[in-house]
Design a protein around this ligand. Structure first.
Ligand code: FES
Length: 126
């Protein structure tokens, strides 16, 4: 049912934890199941994501997608990270079962929420 990559990221999630002096923090809930995810981003003066960590009260698919999402945005610019989609994360994991696609939304939305928080802190909120 789950790809090897999903199982790998579920069993050995990357970047779990929190960043005390994060540049942006985003917390989102999944409307479908009520699970929660918090994403921490450390962004340097050049707008590059130097570090990111996440915490989740979510299912295995949410853990695996968040883990993959943090790997995909680390070292990227804010503009690049904004383009991250849950479909791209799911694809990087060699797919998710259709009933678990909604779980991957948590990762995308948490990244976006953390980026918004970063912008607000920078005084660049729209
Ligand atoms: Fe809630 Fe997967 S069942 S995130």
């Amino acid at each position: 049912m789950y790809s090897e990559k999903v199982m790998d990221h579920f069993e050995h999630p990357r970047n779990v934890g929190e960043i005390p002096d994060a540049s942006g923090v985003g917390t989102v809930g999944n409307a479908k199941c009520g699970d929660i995810m918090r994403m921490y981003l450390k962004i340097n003066d050049d707008g590059v994501i130097e570090d990111c960590k996440f915490k989740t009260f979510g299912c295995g698919a949410a853990i695996a997608t968040s883990s993959m999402a943090t790997e995909m945005i680390k070292g990227k610019t804010v503009a690049e990270a904004e383009k991250l989609t849950n479909a791209a994360v799911a694809e990087a994991l060699d797919g998710l079962p259709p009933v678990k696609m909604h779980c991957s939304l948590l990762a995308e939305e948490a990244v976006k929420a953390a980026l918004n928080d970063y912008r607000e802190k920078q005084g660049k909120a729209e």
